[in-house]
Design a protein around this ligand. Structure first.
Ligand code: EPZ
Length: 421
């Protein structure tokens, strides 16, 4: 397995372009299953999860072409099977996002249950129960979800929990259902809104976008021609590189991003002492060489502080001035990066779902191991602020969600290189 070696101590500075959002690209590529016409999707990030999604659609018999500018053209008219096999789903749980579109357009879907996950149990009961309410016949056996429906029926759904991919699956399923579907307690993440705008571009009739009540008037087919849609920029990649500058007391300008999707994160960075300036599609952070101040955050669904930025702020708190508390309310086990940071000398106490970080001047480089996508990114960030070398193992987690992370950090002056296995 590839490793990354980081030599810490450099104050990062420079400019970076942000890639398209992984968590918007995955549902939008799944949503191409709903279109009668070929669709082109742009600003696709160069990530392993995108490759997996293309494999998932390709093994269904779907034609995919990708050009040098990372535009993907999808033609689902050649589909031959309606299945998401375990071999692919076990590597990417977001494969569950083909369930809604397959069922809604083709009346049939056989999707492997996503297994457990390092950060929590992550069940898909809300996806399944809600599709049953829309009239689907769903049997779960031998690790697979077998779903059939002559035509889904629109209805009112009140989701027990705010679920991002749950909302996305139901949004896609409702576009071709008979009648109107209302989804209450819907997730409001920008990636959910990006999916809704894409579906409307295909010919869907969705209102309430950006709110927690989505209304979808079912149509017979999505057949708008010559649609091209560019994915919105990745707010979590943006936040990760802002922390890379903050944790090294540096300065960074991030372009092709969306500051309006990061209010909670930017507020906390200002509280940590960063000077933040923004334009429509750029963000600049300047620490003026100062040690960050510790901040306290509590994760919750959008627009509150995102759980996907929790590990990165934990890393910054470890080298900040003062004591900061990090409370995780979305997932039950998202502190696996803490033990690894403690091996780098971090002073963190875990109490139930809260990490109490007592900041100090610096950390000491050490060999550490990644466990999930954002935890692994946070270990790289900690390595940037540590004395000496940090070796991050199992970085396939990182490659799933960060487009060329070592090249981008090196562009900011970091001393970082990949050691192939
Ligand atoms: C999405 O996961 C993201 N993944 C995650 O990003 C992100 O951390 C998460 O939303 C929360 O924002 C994608 O968009 C591909 P949820 P998702 O359903 O949809 C419980 C990353 O790092 N729940 O919103 O799987 C669940 O257990 C990844 O890019 C049920 O109980 O998360 C969790 O506690 C990690 N039953 C909570 O809801 C269900 O049927 C939120 O999960 C569904 C969810």
């Amino acid at each position: 397995m590839d490793k990354l070696i980081i030599t810490g101590g450099t104050q990062l500075s420079g400019e970076l372009r942000i890639s398209g959002a992984k968590n918007a690209a995955l549902p939008i590529l799944a949503a191409t299953l709903l279109s009668e016409e070929p669709v082109s999707v742009g600003n696709i990030p160069h990530l392993h999860d995108i490759t997996t999604t293309m494999q998932l659609l390709g093994q269904m018999g779907i034609q995919l072409t990708i050009d040098e500018k990372m535009n993907i053209e999808v033609d689902s008219s050649t589909i031959t099977k309606y299945e998401a096999p375990y071999e692919l789903v076990k590597t990417m749980r977001a494969s569950i996002l083909v369930l809604g579109p397959l069922l809604s357009r083709f009346g049939e879907a056989h999707v492997s249950l996503p297994g457990g996950c390092a950060i929590g149990s992550r069940p898909v009961d809300i996806h399944i129960d809600s599709l049953r309410k829309m009239g689907a016949d769903i049997q779960v056996e031998a690790g697979y979800i077998h779903a059939k429906a002559s035509r889904l029926k629109g209805c009112k759904l009140v989701l027990d929990k705010v679920t991002v991919t749950g909302t996305e699956n139901l949004l896609m399923a409702a576009t071709l259902a008979e009648g109107t579907t209302i989804i209450e307690n819907a997730a409001k993440e920008p990636e959910v809104s990006d999916l809704a705008y894409f579906l409307n571009a295909l010919g869907a009739k969705i209102t309430g976008i950006g709110t927690d009540v989505l209304t979808i008037e079912g149509v017979d087919k999505l057949a708008n021609k010559d649609i091209h849609y560019d994915i919105l920029p990745d707010r979590i990649e943006t936040g990760t590189y802002l922390i890379a500058a903050a944790i090294t007391r540096g300065k960074v300008k991030l372009k092709d991003t969306r500051p309006d999707t990061l209010d909670a994160v930017l507020d906390k960075l200002v509280e940590a002492g960063a000077e933040i300036t923004t334009g429509d599609d750029w963000i600049e952070l300047d620490m003026h060489g100062k040690q960050p101040k510790a901040v306290s955050v509590r994760t919750a669904p959008y627009p509150a502080f995102p759980t996907d930025m929790q590990a990165q702020f934990t890393a910054m708190n470890c080298v900040a001035e003062g004591v900061g508390t990090i409370t995780e309310t979305v997932f039950e086990n998202r502190f696996m990066h803490v033990q690894e940071m403690q091996r780098m000398g971090a002073n963190i106490q875990l109490e139930s779902n809260t990490a109490i970080c007592t900041g100090q001047k610096g950390l000491t480089g050490a060999p550490v191991m990644a466990t999930d996508l954002r935890a692994s990114a946070s270990l790289v960030l900690a390595g940037l602020a540590a004395e000496g070398d940090t070796l991050v193992d199992r970085i396939y987690h990182i490659d799933r969600g960060y487009d060329h992370i070592e090249e981008k950090l090196a562009q900011l002056g970091a001393t970082i290189r990949r050691i192939p296995r």
